[in-house]
Design a protein around this ligand. Structure first.
Ligand code: UDP
Length: 244
């Protein structure tokens, strides 16, 4: 498997199927594997802040979750195979967990979102075992954080979903990944639990096909405009880089 350097971030050049194979291999490994799924907003943040870039590059598996990142890879003439959306990857992992009996823990979202996501996903994948969950509004260090780590370890989870928004989830995973006992796969998956719970809807397929999922999200949540301005900045920066 090859990594492709897109403006300082080393993305895995793999499609969804290959990403799932890597994830499945992680389940039988000796050590924990981390998965981050940066989109163009976070990639731009990484272009601006070295510590975010280094943080992202410490992931074992880096998936391009955004049309913007794939476009940048084409502009730089080192095209990535495809966008691998974190929310879809996460659901495929749930299907795999149900099939193979891997216990799952959901961390993140507003109170009740993880419960609702667990309920909906169990309806869809009856064999799925969700062994624990916690909302994402807790102090990210100190006693409260320690209690959550203990709870995850006591649950025996092998797969951990961390949905705290970026880059908080990547920072949390990086800071805590060596404290897990049974977890073999930990993933930063943004607002995925909201989608599984049904509290946030993903864009209709036509928007996804036309690479306009970002536009749908912007219309639904106009307050995202500030962070979304990073997308044009990212593309302009990429064009400048490609001319150098
Ligand atoms: N969130 C959380 N804890 C926090 C801040 C946010 O659990 O301290 C959750 C929030 O409820 C939402 C997710 O993180 O479910 C962020 O979703 P978003 O779609 O903004 O993800 P991003 O685009 O940042 O990856």
């Amino acid at each position: 498997m090859t990594k492709i350097n897109i403006r300082g971030i080393y993305f895995d050049n793999i499609d969804m199927h290959e990403a799932l194979v890597l994830a499945e291999n992680a389940m039988t490994g000796e050590t924990i594997k981390t998965v981050f799924t940066p989109n163009a907003e976070i990639a731009q943040l990484a272009a601006e802040q070295k510590e975010i870039k280094n943080l992202l590059n410490r992931a074992d598996i880096l998936l391009p979750d955004g049309a913007g990142v794939v476009l940048a890879s084409k502009i730089l003439k080192t095209p990535l195979k495809e966008k691998v959306a974190g929310v879809e990857f996460g659901e495929n992992i749930l299907a795999l967990a149900a099939e193979k009996g891997y216990p799952v823990y959901f961390l993140g979202g507003k109170p009740t979102v993880a419960e609702l996501a667990a309920q909906k996903m169990k309806e869809k994948y009856p064999a799925l075992s969700i062994v624990g969950m916690h909302d994402g509004y807790f102090l990210k260090n100190g006693a409260e954080n320690d209690a959550i780590i203990r709870n995850i370890n006591e649950s025996g989870a092998k797969i951990l979903f961390v949905c705290l928004g970026a880059p908080a989830q990547e920072q949390w995973i990086d800071a805590n990944k060596n404290r897990f006992v049974s977890v073999r796969l930990v993933m930063g998956l943004g607002g995925s639990l909201d989608v599984y719970a049904g509290t946030v809807r993903r864009a209709p397929k036509i928007f996804i096909r036309m690479h306009l999922e970002w536009f749908y999200r912007l219309c639904k949540e106009p307050r995202r405009i500030g962070r979304m301005m990073k997308l044009p900045k990212y593309i302009i920066g990429t064009v400048k880089d490609s001319r150098r």
